[in-house]
Design a binder for this molecule. Structure first.
Ligand code: NAD
Ligand code: GLY
Length: 369
């Protein structure tokens, strides 16, 4: 739906928890962008030490007329800080300011800030409203949308969290200009993901536009963010709490999360781990007889062109496949210790399946350096 000539809007339809995603340029600094969010009480901008100097003041000025007071907290930057102690800093600031139930939290940053802010909002006084202002491509196309919030545990990624929806998601395309190239590539992993699982026409479009996307072309980014959010909205609208369909959004993530936890959080970017994880999941789909080798090659080539790794990391020099299997048994999709993988069941269609350990071992051995 077109809200104005330059701002597009996607709706996450969840009954009384329905909310808009606004996508466009110049949104962050425009006080008019925040109409869908509650106003009147205090606001807390949760950001990190990298994003704060770039955008926090702009956001604070935009919110000044909507809130009694606008406070800020800048968390340490990085996946390695996505844990209890950092989360607690948000509660320290909220309690230090005597924040009440009308306080609105604004997540200004990438997926790490967004996931932690959302979880803090779900927990503080048993739930206060929050708004996502995603500043990475990955967060604009995926993590800010759909209400998954979490922190990591040393034994498993995103293991402690809650489903808790924001009131508004504001994707300002301008902020992507300051994003390092490596982070832009990481975001492309989650964009590419939507093709094989749901929309091969979109996959064709990404193939044709991947260079423009890497060059931060505004029109290309606008389409990538809008189409990704549309697909995610469609899936989340049908299965908010991942009782079935929503699991397809985790294509590549079972292998990818094992890489992140196995190497130590922050060694590879989440999007990089998902890039290599999608190749491994596509190889597994091929080994299960679900897709042909040409499809795997095509996906692998696009992941490489996006600037992402196409081979998995070695997590254990002695028993690499064993280490992957051990970590993947802790995946949230696993049931009774049986790992369940998102596989491609024909281009543009995904399914969730178990696979024999021996076959998974072969795939890991073939795919890791
Ligand atoms: P991130 O949040 O670590 O951000 C990447 C880096 O870019 C950080 O150093 C950050 O400070 C910096 N940055 C952010 N915006 C910037 C800007 N505009 N200019 C310059 N630098 C900027 O990483 P991410 O890739 O955004 O998110 C990854 C996280 O998202 C992971 O923890 C992952 O588990 C989570 N995730 C969650 C979901 C979900 O559904 N909730 C989905 C996918 C990923
Ligand atoms: N990123 C996967 C999901 O939101 O379900």
């Amino acid at each position: 739906m077109q809200a104005s000539s330059s701002v597009s809007q996607v709706r996450i339809a969840l009954g009384e928890r329905t909310y808009p995603i606004l996508i466009g340029a110049g949104l962050l600094a425009d006080p008019g962008s925040y109409q869908a969010a509650p106003s009147g009480g205090d606001a807390l901008i949760v950001t990190n030490t990298t994003v704060a100097p770039l955008y926090a003041e702009r956001l604070a000025r935009a919110l000044a007329g909507r809130h009694r007071q606008v406070h800020q907290v800048a968390l340490p930057d990085g996946e390695q800080h996505k844990h209890w102690e950092t989360l607690n800093r948000i509660f320290d600031v909220l309690l230090g300011h005597g924040a009440d139930r009308k306080t609105v939290l604004y997540a200004l940053g990438g997926g790490v800030v967004g996931d932690m802010t959302g979880f803090a909002a779900a927990c503080y006084m048993r739930g206060v409203p929050f708004v996502q202002v995603p500043t990475t491509l990955l967060a604009q196309v995926d993590s800010s949308v759909g209400g998954k919030t979490a922190i990591n545990h040393p034994l498993g990624k995103n293991m402690i969290g809650a489903f808790y929806q924001p009131r508004l998601v504001l994707c300002d395309l301008d902020v992507l200009a300051s994003l390092p190239a490596r982070e832009l590539s990481a975001g492309l992993a989650e964009v590419i993901k939507y093709g094989p699982i749901a929309d091969m026409a979109f996959f064709d479009w990404i193939e044709a536009n991947v260079d423009a996307l890497r060059a931060c072309d505004r029109d290309a980014l606008a389409h990538a963010v809008e189409r990704s959010c549309q697909i995610k909205a469609e899936v989340v609208g049908q299965d908010e709490r991942e009782s079935g369909l929503r699991a397809i959004l985790n294509f590549g993530h079972t292998f990818g999360h094992a890489i992140e936890a196995g190497l130590g959080y922050g060694a590879w970017l989440h999007g990089e781990a998902v890039g290599a994880g999608m190749v491994m999941a596509a190889q597994l789909s091929h080994a299960l007889g679900l897709v042909d080798a040409a499809f795997v090659q095509r996906l692998t080539a696009l992941i490489a062109r996006a600037g992402l790794p196409t081979r998995g990391a070695v997590l254990d020099a002695h028993d690499n496949a064993g280490r992957y299997l051990q970590l993947m048994r802790l995946d949230k999709k696993a049931e009774g210790g049986e790992i369940r993988f998102v596989v491609i069941d024909g281009p543009g269609r995904a399914a969730v399946r178990a696979a024999p350990d021996a076959l998974v071992r072969q795939v890991i051995e073939r795919c890791c350096r």
